[in-house]
Ligand binder design. Structure first.
Ligand SMILES: [Zn+2]
Ligand SMILES: [Zn+2]
Length: 140
């Protein structure tokens, strides 16, 4: 099992270390987007600065992408294997107003925009908000 994590890391030119494998495994276990506190809680035996350094490294090497779901903290999600975090790879995200979880909508690409020639897109944040269908909508 850890072989596939090693392979994923190496595909992104990241040297596989025990801590990086551990963090990557934890990321896969979420099945949703996560933020730094989510990982800190899940990996409570791991030093917080190592977790944060690992997130930055993974982000730099495009193993994960980040987005702003409007909750006030940056969320991260694991990239598809063929993702290069280019404009073509940008997709919408869903934020559940009830359970506060965010998910990738990888099959919904962000639309192309006609901008003035002097403008250049650097990022697009397309977040759809609503009820995820999985949580208890009326629990407060
Ligand atoms: Zn929900
Ligand atoms: Zn995503």
């Amino acid at each position: 099992m850890s072989n596939s994590y090693i392979q994923l890391l190496e595909e992104r030119d990241i040297k596989a270390t025990a801590i990086r494998i551990l963090v990557l495994k934890a990321m896969f276990e979420f099945n949703r987007a996560f933020n730094l506190p989510d990982l800190e809680i899940k990996l409570d035996t791991v030093d917080k600065s190592s977790i944060s350094r690992t997130i930055h490294l993974f982000h730099e090497h495009q193993l994960i992408h980040s987005f702003d779901d409007g909750s006030g903290s940056i969320k991260y999600s694991i990239c598809s294997r063929d993702c290069h975090c280019s404009m073509e790879d940008l997709h919408a995200h869903f934020y559940c107003n009830y359970c506060k979880k965010a998910f990738c909508l990888k099959n919904i690409s962000v639309p192309k925009f006609e901008l003035s020639p002097i403008m250049q897109v650097e990022s697009v944040n397309l977040v759809i908000k609503g009820y995820c269908g999985q949580c208890s909508k009326f629990a407060t």
